[in-house]
Design a protein around this ligand. Structure first.
Ligand SMILES: [Zn+2]
Length: 351
């Protein structure tokens, strides 16, 4: 056995052990669909701990797949992203009066990031999905929401929907976006109160979205991810100060969002975990955008049936949030706490 083969074998053994350990403790993977559904009614702390175990197991499985996979085969079939663009074009063809495709701009691969605007009112709101390329369930929710709005637009509003922000991650089913050979977590690529001099907007996609908020005067936004299931609001930064001056308003707003589901509700730090450089905190902190984070469903790999279920669960609440949208941004959106580097180190990048 040469040195390399020996090393790979050790890696396999070690990963198998981790997976076996995770499986023993992990009711999420063992449960029936009904059990999985009931898990998010358990106390939040307990659910968070299970979710972290599940994440570690998935990471181990992903590493095994990478070790075993061959070089990617190129072919001429349309990419997964091209199929999303076709979907938007078809929706526009079906509802030409109330929809319009728009260009956000070119990403680092010179691919155009496209979206669809629905309605023509003067109040501009935003839905963006798939900052994380492996979270295709969120793209499906964005597409379904676009179709629902096209059928029945909201009065006096223009809703801009970007179903895929991280295009190369989406095509590869990979969380991170790559640019010039470097891999970035797109939802850690924004400025924020606790970013502390780190380089923001290494990616064109996040820079373009930040500019779009400003250019279009976006008032309310939803950023769609998988998998928790939770609907959260600022702050999500690494600080023990988790509440904004708008806390009471956000609490009321997410009650609309929770229509049709029983997702966990609260600030991102309190419900998920603190993470710096995220879009959702940036939008509120920088501009006072009423910014909600949707962590949809219980998996990054939902089946078609699970996708139908999360669409049923989230769409009524999304519509209600925008229907009750504020007409102006928050005026008291500054961060008044202090940042804590120790808290920052806990970010597991799984959401
Ligand atoms: Zn995500």
């Amino acid at each position: 056995m040469n040195h390399f083969v020996k090393l790979v074998s050790v890696l396999f053994l070690s990963l198998s052990f981790q997976v076996a350990q995770a499986e023993e403790q992990d009711p999420i993977s063992k449960g029936s669909p009904l059990k999985v559904e009931s898990l998010h009614r358990m106390p939040l702390q307990q659910y968070r701990s299970l979710r972290l175990q599940q994440h570690l197991k998935e990471l181990a499985e992903e590493r095994k797949r990478v070790l075993r996979s061959d070089v990617e085969v190129q072919d001429d079939r349309p990419t997964k992203y091209e199929a999303v663009v076709t979907y938007m074009e078809q929706l526009h063809a079906q509802y030409p009066e109330v929809t319009e495709l728009f260009d956000l701009g070119l990403n680092d691969d010179n691919v155009m990031i496209k979206g669809i605007r629905i309605g023509s009112g003067s109040l501009n709101n935003l839905v963006v999905a798939t900052h994380h390329g492996n979270e295709f369930g969120s793209t499906e929710v964005a597409k379904a929401f676009a179709a629902s709005l096209a059928k029945e637009p909201l009065q006096d509003q223009s809703i801009f929907i970007i179903p895929v922000l991280n295009i190369n991650g989406y095509n590869r089913n990979s969380r991170n976006e790559t640019a010039k050979g470097v891999s970035y977590d797109a939802n850690r690529d924004y400025d924020g109160p606790c970013v502390g001099g780190q380089h923001s907007h290494a990616l064109n996609s996040t820079r373009l979205l930040a500019e779009f908020l400003e250019k279009k005067n976006i008032v309310s936004s939803m950023t769609l991810h998988t998998y928790f299931p939770a609907i959260t609001y600022p702050w999500g930064v690494s600080s023990s100060t988790t509440k904004t001056d708008d806390h009471a308003f956000f609490q009321e707003l997410v009650k609309f969002a929770a229509t049709g589901n029983n997702y966990y509700l609260g600030t991102s730090t309190d419900v998920v975990y603190p993470a710096d450089g995220t879009f959702e905190d940036f939008a509120y902190w920088k501009h006072g955008v009423w910014s909600l984070l949707y962590e949809i469903g219980t998996t990054h790999s939902p089946s078609p049936t699970a996708i139908e279920k999360v669409i049923r669960e989230t769409l009524p609440g999304m519509r209600l949030v925008f229907k009750n949208s504020q007409l102006e941004r928050s005026k008291n959106h500054g961060f008044k706490g202090s940042c804590n580097a120790r808290i920052m180190s806990f970010d597991p990048h799984m959401e």
